[in-house]
Design a protein. Structure first.
Length: 133
């Protein structure tokens, strides 16, 4: 009967390698655990930039592009985002970070959809990119 020791050793090595991986996410006030890294994203024409003040007046499911900074984590995949015109809540699923780590000092380009209902207003983020700023 073959020994099980080599199999156990292989499992322990692969588990340690996975635990050492450093996924991206927001690093700043009230930050939670790092987000998991994923692959892929939107490829296509770029939408015109929108300010936070303009986004707050748009209809549900309108596509927006925002430029500004995430200032803090609000918990449960929600973040406060600010530009020169105001602040808004972003909903960023862990998979959307794609290994990117940002701080409140980083200038960002955020693409997503307005998500409005009778009690909430937020931007459901699809892509996040650091910009030179």
């Amino acid at each position: 009967m073959p020994s099980i020791k080599p199999l156990i050793a292989a499992v322990l090595v692969s588990t340690a390698t996975l635990a050492a991986a450093q996924p991206g996410g927001f690093t700043g006030p009230a930050a939670s655990a790092p987000a998991a890294a994923t692959r892929g994203g939107f490829v296509g024409p770029a939408a015109a930039a929108t300010t936070v003040a303009q986004a707050q007046k748009l209809a549900d499911d309108t596509w927006v592009v925002l430029h500004g900074r995430i200032t803090q984590s609000l918990g449960k995949e929600r973040y406060e985002f600010r530009d020169a015109t105001g602040s808004i809540t972003l909903k960023i699923d862990d998979k959307r970070w794609s290994g990117l780590t940002v701080t409140p000092q980083d200038e960002l380009r955020i693409e997503g959809e307005v998500d409005k209902d009778w009690r909430e207003f937020e931007i459901d983020v699809r892509t996040i990119q650091k910009t030179a700023g």
